[in-house]
Design a protein around this ligand. Structure first.
Ligand code: NZQ
Ligand code: ZN
Length: 384
């Protein structure tokens, strides 16, 4: 196990009615920018609840709606302007990962003062951020409890992911009932995203991390158990609750402290969403089994076999057979959630594979084998 410093400063209020904690937000600050998406929170009542409790706290509220999936730096710039003009001193994101990520870069951008895209190119420029609070409405990205933001600039086909401890949310409200209205497609894509975050640290080169591996297996089994229930019965509280808490625990450091995150599939997927504006979890569902098959070798086979035995209950002594069966189970599971399994199904052809691979190869840390540009092009081609 590697050395690590444990730091998870986000206060979580989990469960029904926890949005009332927004009334405690006053502290020494008083002017908040509320960041949200395309309007789902106005239909399901979350907007009204957030406004009520911020009113109780005596906060002056400014709004930035219209955050799109794969949030854009152009909207971040607009948010920074609103903050500067109105002396905003805190951010509240209400939504999924896109709204939270947008709020995170606004919070850092206000303190930075220059153009926020600079921060996406060099996160060491982040020297502070306004405090960020959030109300999560979709179980998927883990942004509610992590130090990462993912922002796109569609004018240059770029989607970047940066980390900084300054942008960890101070507090997150996790009310599973708020995810009852999430569509089947987004519920499934969210489940795949959670599993992919777990895979990124589960398939690791670091030895002696059995604790992290066993926690990972428990989280994977939980998603596999509850995602189909949430799809079948969107208002099943326990299914939504388990998925929501898995979302946060998959990427808050619990699994990676002492181990490592290899980030094999995420950078390859981010290129797909950068060029084609697709849903992140859909890209992951297509690429993950292909990546698993591609990196299955002498070094990795025992870990994929253990994944099969411990997560999918495969009873098989032969490592290659167990590993292959585990990859098949993964593919079949994603299909059972309604996810596509080929890029061609979502209208993507090979036109940009070379450029996309060139863009992301430096971020693919890889485990088991280093991934070259050619390897990434091969993975895209196998996913067609
Ligand atoms: O925009 P609204 O109207 O709110 O609708 C959203 C959006 O259309 C809808 N939705 C969210 N909550 C809902 C709801 N609809 C009904 N009821 C609700 N309760 O769902 C759609 C998708 O929302 P979005 O926030 O885009 O989804 P998600 O949470 O999956 O976030 C995806 C973004 O996060 C990035 C992804 O790349 C992508 O840009 N990621 C962020 C990470 C991080 N910060 O750590 C890590 C991830 O790996 C990921 O890259
Ligand atoms: Zn992800």
């Amino acid at each position: 196990m590697n050395n690590f410093t444990y730091s998870v400063p986000t206060v979580i209020h989990f469960g029904k009615g926890q949005i009332s904690h927004l009334s405690e937000l006053k502290e020494s600050r008083s002017r908040v920018l509320m960041v949200y998406g395309g309007g789902s929170i106005k239909k399901n009542g979350i907007y009204d609840a957030a406004m009520k409790y911020m009113g109780d706290a005596g906060l002056e509220v400014f709004e930035l709606g219209g955050v799109t999936p794969n949030p854009r730096v152009q909207l971040v710039r607009k948010g920074i302007e609103i903050c500067k003009k109105n002396s905003v001193d805190m951010l509240l994101a209400v939504g999924g990962g896109s709204s939270i990520d947008c709020a995170k870069l606004i919070a850092a951008g206000v303190v930075y003062g220059g153009d926020p895209w600079d921060l996406m190119l060099d996160s060491s420029l982040i020297k502070g951020a306004l405090p960020i609070y959030c109300v999560l409405t979709l179980a998927a990205t883990g942004s509610e409890m992590d130090n990462s933001t993912v922002i796109s600039d569609p004018t240059i086909n770029s989607k970047m992911d940066i980390c900084s401890d300054y942008i960890k949310p101070k507090m997150a409200i996790l009310d599973p009932e708020y995810t009852f209205t999430v569509s089947k497609k987004q519920t499934a894509a969210g489940a795949v995203d959670i599993m992919s975050h777990i895979f990124e640290s589960y398939f690791t080169n670091v030895e002696g991390t059995n604790l992290q591996r066993h926690i990972s297996e428990a989280l994977l089994k939980t998603v596999i158990e509850y995602a189909p229930i949430a799809l079948e019965t969107p208002d099943n509280y326990d299914a939504r609750a388990n998925l929501m808490w898995c979302s946060s625990l998959a990427l808050n450091g619990l699994l990676s402290y002492g181990a490592e995150v290899s980030w094999c599939v995420h950078p390859i997927e981010h290129e797909l969403s950068a060029y084609y504006d697709i849903t992140h979890g859909i890209g992951l569902a297509i690429l993950t089994p292909v990546w698993m098959e591609y990196v299955l070798n002498e070094k990795s086979v025992s870990q994929f076999a253990d994944y099969g035995r411990n997560v999918w209950n495969i009873i098989e002594d032969d490592n290659i057979k167990a590993a292959t069966a585990a990859i098949d189970k993964t593919k079949t599971f994603f299909s059972s959630l309604g996810m596509p399994s080929k890029l061609s199904e979502i209208g993507i052809d090979s036109t940009h594979f070379e450029e996309m691979a060139a863009d992301c190869v430096r971020f693919c840390e890889g485990c088991y084998m280093p991934l070259t540009k050619e390897d990434i092009v091969n993975i895209y081609n196998k996913a067609l």
